[in-house]
Design a binder for this molecule. Structure first.
Ligand SMILES: NC(=O)C1=CN([C@@H]2O[C@H](COP(=O)(O)OP(=O)(O)OC[C@H]3O[C@@H](n4cnc5c(N)ncnc54)[C@H](OP(=O)(O)O)[C@@H]3O)[C@@H](O)[C@H]2O)C=CC1
Ligand SMILES: O=C1O[C@H](COP(=O)(O)O)[C@@H](O)[C@H](O)[C@H]1O
Length: 492
């Protein structure tokens, strides 16, 4: 859209729907805010409810406030909103297209949009074909000096046959160059970064395979429910709504081989190879490797059957059966009404051998600079300490320059608490983790539990939080302790 001849009118079918309000309108505002929306541009939204333009613009403003990345700037909003129009008609009915066509001609002149159109089908999938055929029948796709484009997300058909049928309807009307079968996940920054992380980073590429990776977890969790989309969602469910499109895009980019270059076809070819390598699900495998769930209250949503079995949560274990990935499980999870919103890909590397995995690991730094004397179990109970954690205590020891014989230490109750929690290691900014304790109880409790102790850390400039710790000791045969250069790397 940022090249020449980008003046256009964008026609949104489904102008009152969730996609339009939660994604499209906020995205247009973001583009306007960043000054990358064309000057000669207007939006015509189609809905089937009575609504004045002013009412519609106010509704859009609410959505932009809720979902845009940028704050509302009155001037920018006014500029954008005066180019947003609302037309009421039922898009299955031909009559509306005649009126729409003459309205578009009219505002085309006003905005000098040169006949260019983006038809965005933000509607349930069963309408994709109907709208495309009607746009053609009523002469709204010319493919001459101007361009007309169609944008469709998903689900693209219900099975192979219906997808082929839909493709035929679309390609009979729009040229391939003007057909945008999109997946909005591909616009996410994280996804765009995967290729760079994988192929332009000498550290990752050599270890990106079954020899070093234990499993891959791809998750997209949402806190929202189906938000008035019962009509659409009942027929789709999480599998069609999220898994077959977004989640598989994430999987293919994570698993594909390096493309010969970065053009669309080369990347697509590599993704297809990954899809072809996916293990075929047999009924037995479905039973074992797939979990479906539904959030409480789903059956009471508008346009949802009270006995609905549509899934709003889905978890799958799949395998990419090729040389790079044989034996590595890929876990896919997605769900609505989950406790927190997150979209993430976790690459779980195989554990390092023996002691190294305990000292080259994620860790948590707790700020105990307010403690004067010793760290006890009472100081630890409200901290988020889990089995397998490496814990580091930042105390007032880090803030003094001279050696203080009264340094802060970990007492017996604290050591017992950490043992009970089954942590793997503990670090402190004193030369010893204990201070003149009879029988060296803290040391004994920790060492007998196999907990690694790091002493003499310097944490003055380290804030409380999660880090990656590198503290490989010198390899000294028979030694019970060894010097290490401990480094913390901030986890983003
Ligand atoms: N929501 C999202 O985050 C995303 C959705 N998508 C895709 O976008 C598409 C639309 O989804 P979504 O916005 O969620 O669905 P919605 O059900 O929220 O929106 C569809 C809109 O179409 C309108 N509509 C239905 N029938 C007619 C008709 N005959 N004439 C005029 N208007 C009509 C509905 O009007 P009314 O309000 O009157 O019912 C509704 O506003 C789907 O293909 C979905 O897969 C893709 C990516 C993200
Ligand atoms: O395509 C869809 O995606 C959204 C989630 O998108 P995100 O960018 O917010 O992660 C989802 O809510 C919707 O059900 C689905 O149709």
């Amino acid at each position: 859209m940022v090249k020449n001849n980008i003046s256009n009118i964008m026609v949104i079918f489904g102008g009152r729907g969730d996609l339009t309000h939660r994604k499209l309108m906020p995205a247009l505002y973001n583009l306007k805010y960043q000054k990358i929306l064309p000057e000669n541009f207007a939006v015509v939204s189609i809905g089937r409810r009575d609504k004045t333009e002013e009412q519609y613009r106010n509704e859009v403003l609410e959505s932009v406030k809720n979902y845009s990345r940028f704050n509302i700037d009155e001037k920018i909003w006014q500029d954008l909103s005066k180019g947003i129009y609302y037309k009421k008609f039922d898009f299955t009915d031909g009559k509306g297209y005649i009126e729409l066509s003459s309205f578009l001609e009219e505002i085309d002149k006003k905005y000098n949009a040169k006949g260019n159109r983006v038809y965005y089908l933000a509607v349930a999938p069963e309408y994709f074909g109907i709208i495309v055929e009607k746009l053609n029948r009523y002469g709204m796709v010319k493919n001459e000096t101007s361009w007309q484009r169609v944008v469709i997300e998903k689900p693209f058909g219900e099975d192979l046959k219906s997808a082929q049928r839909l493709n035929k309807i679309i390609t009979d009307v729009f040229t391939e160059r003007n057909t945008y079968r999109i997946d909005h996940y591909l616009g996410k920054e994280m996804l765009q970064n995967i290729i760079v992380i994988r192929f332009a980073n000498v550290f990752f590429e050599p270890v990106w395979n079954r020899r070093y990776i234990d499993n891959v977890q791809i998750s997209s969790n949402e806190t929202v429910g189906i938000e008035n989309r019962g009509g659409y969602y009942e027929k789709a469910g999480a599998l069609r709504d999220m898994v077959q499109n977004h989640m598989l895009q994430l999987l293919t980019l994570t698993a594909m081989e390096p493309p010969v270059n970065l053009d669309t076809e080369s990347i697509r070819d590599e993704k297809v190879k990954v899809l072809k390598s996916l293990e075929i699900f047999t009924p037995g495998a479905v039973e074992k490797n797939i979990v479906r769930g539904q959030y409480v209250g789903y059956r009471q949503e508008d346009k949802v059957s009270p006995t609905s079995n549509t899934e709003t949560f889905m978890a799958l274990k799949v395998h990419v059966e090729n040389f790079r990935w044989a034996g590595v499980p890929f876990y896919i999870r997605t769900g609505k009404r989950m406790p927190a919103k997150s979209t993430e890909i976790v690459i779980q590397f195989k554990p390092l051998p023996g002691i190294l995995s305990k000292v080259i690991t994620k860790c948590k730094v707790f700020d105990f600079t307010n403690i004067f004397d010793k760290i006890t179990s009472e100081d630890l109970v409200n901290k988020n300490i889990q089995k397998g954690n490496f814990i580091i205590f930042k105390t007032r020891n880090s803030l003094v320059e001279d050696f203080d014989f009264e340094f802060v230490y970990l007492d017996k109750s604290g050591a017992l608490y950490l043992k009970e929690k089954e942590i793997v290691g503990v670090g402190i900014d004193a030369l010893g983790i204990e201070r003149s304790q009879p029988d060296h109880e803290t040391h004994k409790i920790l060492l007998e539990a196999g907990i690694v102790i790091l002493e003499g850390l310097r944490l003055k400039d380290v804030e409380e939080g999660e880090y990656f710790l590198y503290a490989a000791p010198l390899k000294i045969k028979g030694a019970e302790a060894a010097p290490t250069r401990a480094v913390l790397i901030k986890e983003e």
